[in-house]
Design a binder for this molecule. Structure first.
Ligand code: AMP
Length: 282
């Protein structure tokens, strides 16, 4: 199996991309925080079909974590990540250090407005500023033709699409479906935090959004009733619900009656672990 070429500095990454572009190669890019699972690997496999060259980034971005969040204990497994990346033909892993990405004196942050407000934007103040800023920086360094993101982080994908459109960034954004465990739990690097008992309960988030989907399929169009069916499937199984909301699938604005494609989004704590999930309605 060919190994993945590891690049650690922005200058070396840019030089590699510059050379690939000069050869006329199309660069497909998958940004991650590492601890790769099959969901990440599915993005890399899709990238392999999209581009002549596939670049993965692994960077646990401190600016998207709140002070009370899990930055210090976020799972890290570079060797495992490189093996998984190699298995689907990834060319380069860009693995910068924090000081490479945020040298002293940095003062510029990207503030996406409405679509980054509410949901995780409200529950994790500053999170999407950190996400948008690091993704903009990665795009500037890697200069991909196309970048692939998971719909698992639905609001993040909407924020990135908005940023790319608003700032005329010359990159295509492709959203990809959520990969799930066999019982339906959305794959997440944070699932590694769950004890066996918590893992058993965590599936309730999937069951909640699924319950709303089923009721939607049966004809219900009122957001309150759909949210209610999700909440009742979740509430005795999870430890705290952050939000369950129905939003327009494009704008992420709140909706009361579902007349256009919508999405149900949920975030809840199981033990100390905060998990998110979502499903499209229509
Ligand atoms: P992360 O490492 O959590 O920042 O995620 C990196 C990328 O993988 C993001 O675009 C995520 O949306 C995507 N991703 C995370 N979990 C999944 C999943 N279960 N299925 C598909 N993509 C995912």
């Amino acid at each position: 199996m060919p190994s993945v070429h590891v690049i650690t500095t922005p200058a070396a990454m840019s030089a590699w991309s510059e050379a690939a572009r000069a050869r006329g190669e199309r660069i497909a890019f998958v940004p991650t925080m590492g601890a790769l699972h099959a969901g990440h690997v599915s993005l890399l496999a899709a990238a392999r079909k999209q581009g002549d060259r596939v670049v993965l980034s692994i960077f646990v971005n401190p600016t998207q974590f709140g002070p009370q969040e899990d930055l210090a204990r976020y799972p890290r497994d570079l060797d495992g990540d490189l093996a998984k990346a190699a298995s689907v033909g990834t060319d380069v892993a860009f693995v910068p250090g924090v000081a490479d990405m945020y040298p002293p004196g940095a003062q510029t942050f990207i503030d996406v407005r409405e679509v980054a407000q509410g949901l995780c934007g409200e529950r994790r103040p500053g999170h999407f500023t950190g996400v948008a800023t690091v993704v903009a920086k990665l795009f500037g360094i890697v200069r991909p033709h196309v970048a692939l993101f998971g719909e698992k982080d639905f609001q993040q994908l909407a924020v990135i699409r908005r940023m790319v459109a608003d700032l005329n960034m010359p990159v295509e954004i492709e959203g990809r479906p959520t990969l799930r465990e066999s019982d339906g739990l959305a794959m997440s690097s944070r699932n590694a935090y769950l004890s066996p008992a918590e893992r058993g309960r965590a599936v309730a988030i999937f069951r909640g959004v699924s319950a709303a989907c089923e009721r939607f399929a049966a004809g219900e169009r009122g957001a309150i009733a759909l949210v209610e069916s999700a909440l009742s499937a979740m509430k005795d199984r999870v430890d705290r619900i952050d939000y369950v909301e129905i939003r327009d699938a494009e704008s992420l604005r709140p909706v009361e009656r579902l007349e256009k494609p919508a999405v149900i989004l949920a975030a809840a704590f199981v033990g100390a672990t905060r998990l998110i999930d979502n499903m499209r309605l229509g």
